[in-house]
Design a protein around this ligand. Sequence first.
Ligand code: BTN
Length: 243
Amino acid sequence: MRIIKLDAIDSTNTYLKKLSVAGNAEDGLAVVAKFQTNGRGQMGTVWSSQEAKNLTFSVFKDVSFVEVSQHFYISMAVSLAVHEALNSLGLTDVKVKWPNDILSDNKKIAGILIENVIKLNVISGSVIGIGLNVNQTDFNDLPSASSLLLLSGHVHNLEEVLNTVLKQIEIHFNYLQNRQFKLLKSKYESHLFRKNKPSTFKNAEGSLFAGYIVGVSDIGQLLVRVEDNIIKSFDFKEVTLMY
Ligand code: BTN
């Protein structure tokens, strides 16, 4: 698999999207940068990462076999790939906070930004951006962030971590290509942060309510059991888990 290594770029996602639009991205192509000047997070947020301490990279996957209605399975496959990679690097207690934040010891260690290219109702390609905190130790303005070094107690080799994640991405996209949807969903749900635990949520109007996460729907909504045993489903913008 080809890996393009850059010293600095605005955003590896933006760079790889341009390559794919120009027809220059093959399945599995990865772009990794030591530093991003305009790292992007979910919902228009900024992703900051200290230079050469962490992994900021994007991978192009041909997902033409995935229907638009199944797009959340791409997200599940990527979350599980990062989860398994961190497990194999020795981290325990790794959880997936819906939809695709990766936590360990209740702190965020990796974020995922997936940008799909949709043509004629099929997702032709997916640009999968991953920011994984590896050897950074100070997160002054982000008290709920952590890194592999802080959690494992030792420095990690960035290339080794990158190869571990890329290998897991291939494994989990094979599940996807082989239409092992049930397997992906049950694995994803088994690692869901605060599943079956009493939790507090904030809705889009800002009101708090109590409930239990019970799983996710096929289209990626969060399923929450609220009072009177009613199961409610929420889209990404409709609910925030308070923790
Ligand atoms: C999030 O949790 O908000 C998602 C963060 C995703 C960050 C990665 S870093 C590599 C890739 N390039 C970007 O600009 N963003 C993603």
